[in-house]
Design a protein around this ligand. Sequence first.
Ligand code: COA
Length: 259
Amino acid sequence: MPYAYLQLTKSDRVATLTINRPDKLNSLSDDVIGELEAAIMEVRSATDIGGLIVTGAGRAFVAGADIAELSGQSVTEGRARAQRGQHVFSLFESSPKPVIAAVNGFALGGGCELALACHIRIAGEAAQFGQPETKLGITPGYGGTQRLPRVVGRARALELLLTGDRIDAAEAYRIGLVNRVVPGDKLMSECEALLRKMLANGPIAVALCIDAVNRGVNMPLKDGLALEAGYFGILSGTADMREGMSAFLEKRGANFRGK
Ligand code: COA
């Protein structure tokens, strides 16, 4: 499907989604949010795509929601805009196919929130992160107050939220906001290599790990463990489990079919 503000490319089961509005630092207008929803649904349903890398064109990953659009919003419109963005970002988080954020530059406000909704974050050395919304007199609206403390802990999240300060890639790594930092010119190849490792594994197992972690973090431990036991049981009935274990015992690579 053609997009005005996104590029979606596919290469041997790896999809790359590039947010492409560089003159506005890839800020998320309502139109971009609408296209992100269509694109993640396209990725989720495409049988020839196993996983997704999300990145930004130019010097930004995403510099936030489009402030020009937010500036005139009413109370009702503000709530509705937040709910819509949260819904779209949750589609990235709940994707059964792994989603990696390749953070090439500014990941501010909604950009940091989009990265947080991805399963893994890899930063290029030029990446900068922040939740500057309080500088604009608002809270984050696309999940920042909820996902950021779950990733970096409450105190560090509150420092970022209450100051609005930007942090560089090294600091983002130090506080656990990103999985790793790589040279900018290696960002896409490192993300692809990481994604391809995941795509070599059993796809049902990968999908259920994502789901168990997503659901489990919001559950009491005993409920999360029950969920895990259920998924372990489901996997035990799959051809993929038999293939994975046979391959190990026969000292060969596994050839999973997602069945
Ligand atoms: N919404 C709308 N437009 C944005 C934007 C946003 N979140 N972020 C950047 N832009 C636009 C700028 O208005 C400018 O447009 P113009 O050339 O038509 O004037 C263009 O993108 C380039 O940005 P500019 O501010 O000139 O670049 P810079 O290098 O001086 O600063 C940032 C870069 C990221 C520090 C700065 O753009 C910024 O602070 N952006 C807002 C970040 C933010 O508060 N996000 C949360 C929003 S809720």
